[in-house]
Write a protein of this length. Structure first.
Length: 128
């Protein structure tokens, strides 16, 4: 049986700012963190990254910024990087691209529900 996932945690936009004077895109980052925490297949990561870029583009009105942020997550979010924001960071390092089993889906759904109840699904820089 696979290891149980860790509780969901978000750092907002990781190594990028959460907002500027014109726009706030941190909610895009938190939603993206949720999918990265869960992990899954390479196709699921590609879809998550595309949805992230679309969200940033919508939030900022700036397609160049969305493209930069998309490129950053494509380069820096691979599951083989030993970082706290890699694809599948809710699982032990080394999982790579692996579809979640039904049991794992149930586990991550339960932990997501707990995170929602505890207010952990919001931008950390706004939680203060």
């Amino acid at each position: 049986m696979a290891d149980a996932p860790r509780e969901f945690r978000t750092d907002g936009c990781s190594l990028y700012s959460d907002r500027d004077a014109k726009a706030d895109w941190c909610d895009c980052c938190v939603a993206h963190d949720l999918s990265y925490w869960r992990g899954g297949t390479a196709a699921e990561r590609e879809r998550s990254d595309a949805e992230f870029a679309a969200c940033v583009r919508q939030a900022t009105g700036n397609p160049e910024q969305a493209a930069r942020m998309h490129a950053a997550v494509r380069l820096g979010g691979a599951p083989w990087w030993p970082t706290p924001f890699r694809w599948g960071y809710g699982w032990a390092y080394g999982r790579g691209y692996q579809a979640l089993s039904l049991t794992e889906q149930i586990q991550t759904d339960r932990l997501q529900g707990l995170a929602e109840q505890q207010g952990q699904m919001q931008c950390p820089s706004r939680a203060r």
